[in-house]
Design a protein around this ligand. Structure first.
Ligand SMILES: *Cc1c(COP(=O)(O)O)cnc(C)c1O
Length: 361
């Protein structure tokens, strides 16, 4: 068998530890998973109520056009329906973007560290990867701009950035967009959009008509709490979206998922509560870290990347034994740190006492 040569140098995505795995290995009854930035408050109650009555005609293919959800989302975002593309999570939209725009001989520019799927998929397409180190967790937009040349096809901006949590300031984003060559696609990954403080929102979708080379990615996996159902979407100019639709599989989101996302989309209260609770708990966790003398990157998300006097793996192991799964920074480009999803209040209070024990012993 002779696959693409690059595949022999690559490994599949290594997911965070699963709850059942840890229970078995450590003989623990209860595990708190704070490793994948899932919503600790679950998902829309309205959706929970409607689940038992949701469609059962699973023998029928889904609507490949995602019409009902498309109409509702277009109305909510005030864009045209053909400015939207749906995917099996925004992960799939990253993959489709690479498939449509990248190939051997061209390059793509991204921050480092950032969401690893940009690099992973770009490598598979054979493109050259240009990684620009962050400044204390923030994208270095000037260096990113300077890395662009006539062979650049895609620039990835992750805002807020995973794994650091830092938000690209609104004015920096627009000055970058204004000077970026119009034939370079800029992907703005807003997976944590719903966690951005209202005044700091760059409002990119509202300004999309000025930037035909801008693709905004959003997801139902994070604040909406539907990671298990796999649905995300992209917003861009009609010409751009039309290209992605060529590479998109005909039935890439399920009928069940489409229906669930539609109900969740209309539950603004759940998103508001999630935002508010996350903010309060994150700020109280930050005060705890301040008192302990631990620093962390600025975050506009439901996670904090905490800097440590030891390796992230060491802290990870200690927390694991105590029933908490977090992400060691070593695996995600942030050595000597851990990325911790903000959980619910009780779980975070217990976590604080375990961290306190670890740091002071
Ligand atoms: C979680 C995440 C995604 C992927 O989310 P999906 O579940 O595939 O929608 C994309 N980008 C960033 C930055 C993320 O953190």
């Amino acid at each position: 068998m002779k696959g693409k040569r690059i595949l022999s140098e690559m490994t599949p995505y290594k997911q965070g530890m699963q709850i059942e795995e840890v229970k078995k290995e450590y003989g623990l009854k209860r595990i708190v998973k704070l490793a994948s930035n899932e919503n600790p408050f679950g998902y829309s109650r309205k959706l929970q109520e409607q689940l038992p009555n949701m469609l059962h005609d699973f023998e029928i293919y889904p609507d490949g056009h995602t019409a009902e959800l498309r109409t509702a989302l277009a109305e909510k975002l005030r864009v045209n329906e053909n400015q939207l593309v749906f995917g099996s999570g925004s992960d799939e939209l990253v993959q489709l973007t690479c498939r449509a725009f990248l190939y051997p001989g061209v390059n793509t520019v991204m921050a480092n560290p950032t969401f690893p799927q940009y690099k992973h998929n770009a490598k598979i397409e054979g493109a050259e990867i240009r990684e620009i180190p962050n400044h204390n967790g923030y994208h270095d937009l000037e260096a990113i701009f300077n890395a662009i040349d006539e062979n650049t096809r895609v620039v990835w901006l992750c805002s807020p950035n995973n794994p650091t949590g830092c938000l690209i300031p609104r004015s920096d984003f627009y000055s970058f967009m204004d000077k970026c060559p119009k034939d370079v696609l800029v992907v703005l990954d807003e997976a944590y959009y719903e966690y951005i403080e209202p005044g700091l929102d760059p409002d990119a979708i509202n300004n999309i008509s000025n930037y035909p080379n801008l693709l905004i990615l959003r997801t139902f996996s994070k604040a909406y709490g539907l990671a298990g159902l796999r649905i995300g979407y992209g917003v861009g100019s009609e010409r751009l979206i039309a290209k992605l639709n060529v590479v998109r599989g005909p039935f890439n989101t399920t009928s069940y998922t489409q229906k669930a996302a539609l109900i969740a989309l209309h539950d603004d209260l759940f998103i508001q509560e999630t935002y508010q609770q996350n903010k309060v708990i994150r700020e109280s966790f930050q005060r705890f870290l301040d008192n302990l003398g631990l620093s962390y990157y600025d975050s506009h998300t439901n996670f904090l990347c905490v800097k440590l006097p030891v390796s992230g793996n060491e802290m990870f192991g200690y927390l694991l034994k105590n029933g908490y799964i977090v992400r060691p920074g070593e695996g995600i480009g942030c050595p000597n740190s851990v990325r911790i999803t903000i959980g619910n209040k009780e779980d975070m209070i217990k976590l604080q006492s375990i961290i306190h024990e670890f740091i002071t012993s």
